[in-house]
Design a protein around this ligand. Structure first.
Ligand SMILES: Cc1cc2nc3c(=O)[nH]c(=O)nc-3n(C[C@H](O)[C@H](O)[C@H](O)COP(=O)(O)OP(=O)(O)OC[C@H]3O[C@@H](n4cnc5c(N)ncnc54)[C@H](O)[C@@H]3O)c2cc1C
Length: 177
């Protein structure tokens, strides 16, 4: 069996740059993984937690031996070397046109690009930070929300937990158009 750990709130920041003045040229994408020491530390912690889970008594009947990283990887440095050789990305790059109002924000709450008329961005690039989930579903949500805004449709009712459904108190609704 395999147990992967993934650190979902990396502090390292990459870049997407133009490779030339040719608009059809592929961009230069540098994810800059693990540049921030915090990300390296958290990734090593993830490996340790995964190992701890796999060593629980309840799993003992199913685990013959640890294959990877393997019993020789003991210290943080061992685990870091293993991570450098074997880590992969979860393919969740987001936020190149983040939503917000600070100097780095590109779109507002209505998905309109600040300072430009007639242009909205409705995809994962508007996420202000990497979410703690797979990115496909929230990207579709942003797209659906964008089409609702453009079509001037009323916002959908909020999804509620069972106990919230039984709570009749009125609650605040956002209505961004
Ligand atoms: C290998 C891989 C595995 C993944 N696995 C999962 C998973 O299991 N679950 C999950 O939830 N998420 C997964 N993701 C992430 C998910 O696919 C993305 O978060 C999501 O597709 C982002 O949607 P998007 O519309 O923002 O960007 P994209 O899906 O990248 O869409 C961008 C679109 O813009 C088009 N485009 C680019 N440049 C131009 C241009 N100049 N003119 C016109 N069109 C242009 C591209 O062709 C593309 O169609 C995975 C991603 C990858 C790469």
């Amino acid at each position: 069996m395999t147990l992967n750990s993934a650190y979902l709130h990396p502090r390292s920041r990459g870049t997407v740059r133009l490779s030339s003045a040719d608009p059809s040229a592929a961009p230069l994408i540098d994810p800059n993984y693990w540049e921030d020491p915090h990300d390296r530390k958290m990734s090593i912690e993830g490996l340790k937690i995964a190992r701890e889970i796999m060593q629980q008594a309840a799993l003992e009947p199913f685990v013959m031996a640890e294959r990877l990283p393997g019993p020789k990887a003991v210290t943080d440095e061992d685990l870091f070397i293993y991570g450098c050789a074997n880590a992969k990305t979860d393919h969740h790059p987001v936020g190149t046109c983040k939503m917000g109002f600070d100097s780095m924000a590109v779109v507002g709450l209505d998905l309109k690009v600040h300072g430009l008329e007639g242009l909205r961005v409705c995809d994962s690039s508007v996420m202000p930070r990497v979410p703690s989930c797979n990115t496909n579903a929230p990207t579709i949500m942003v797209g659906e929300k964008g089409s609702d805004i453009i079509r001037n449709r009323a916002p959908l009712p909020p999804a509620l937990f069972e106990h919230e459904r039984n709570d009749a108190r009125p609650r605040a609704r956002t209505n961004i158009q």
